[in-house]
Design a protein around this ligand. Structure first.
Ligand code: AMP
Length: 214
């Protein structure tokens, strides 16, 4: 099964994509994570990506379509994948349709995370991840069972994203409303758009997703 999780930054897409990967083997394809890995590599593309991401802007569509086309051609994606953070524009959605048709892949469902935008700044500014395995946590909403120790890998190093600073978050939300929300009618017209309550707790959102996927 191949699906898209669609919602503004901080709506919980990454958390749910990680759960789907752990429980159902669906590979999480997070373009944000891919770009952060490119930034960490220090390449020319990484330097460009860092400036774009820290400003809350989007990377060019052709670059992102190229990155995803290469990734979904990898053998692990044959088990099914969850797109998290892609597509972010109608041009990317059209590019995805073309590349999936070329590979005879089907897009089964697009799940919209419905959220109250005013809650997102608090959600985003409190979040952090394990530096070892990437598991996601939050200062208030999702602490590790043992303070300072990752539930998944036992790691003790954690990190925060530089674009999760309050001053960048509003730019990212504006960008979502301008460029990404217009994708919703695109998928509604195809009859594959579903929605979950992104304000519910993590387990409840997951239950709603599982119900949709069957
Ligand atoms: P995310 O981790 O999904 O919140 O992405 C972090 C940042 O990476 C975004 O704010 C964008 O600057 C960039 N980015 C991630 N995915 C895309 C995409 N599909 N198109 C353009 N820019 C992207």
């Amino acid at each position: 099964m191949n699906i898209i999780l669609l919602g503004p930054p901080g709506s919980g897409k990454g958390t749910q994509a990680q759960k789907l990967q752990r429980d159902r083997g669906m590979v999480q394809l997070s373009t944000g994570d891919m770009l952060r890995a490119t930034v960490a590599s220090g390449s020319a593309l990484g330097q460009r990506a860092k400036a774009v991401m820290d400003a809350g802007e989007y990377m060019p569509d052709d670059v992102m379509i190229g990155i995803i086309a290469e990734r979904i051609a990898q053998p692990d994606c044959a088990k099914g994948f969850t797109l998290d953070g892609f597509p972010r524009t109608v041009v990317q959605a059209e590019g995805l349709d073309r590349m999936m048709a070329q590979k005879s892949l089907t897009l089964d469902t697009v799940i919209e995370f419905k959220v109250d935008e005013s809650a997102l700044v608090e959600r985003i500014s409190g979040r952090y991840t394990c530096a070892g395995c990437g598991a996601g946590y939050h200062d208030k909403f999702q602490c590790p069972a043992k303070p300072g120790i990752c539930d998944i890998c036992g790691g003790t190093e954690f990190k925060r994203r530089t674009d999760d600073r309050a001053e960048t978050v509003q730019a990212r939300l504006d960008k979502y409303n301008e460029q990404t929300a217009p994708i919703l009618p695109y998928y509604a017209a195809k009859g594959i758009l579903r929605a979950v309550d992104g304000m519910a707790d993590i387990d409840e959102v997951y239950r709603q997703i599982v119900k949709i996927l069957g």
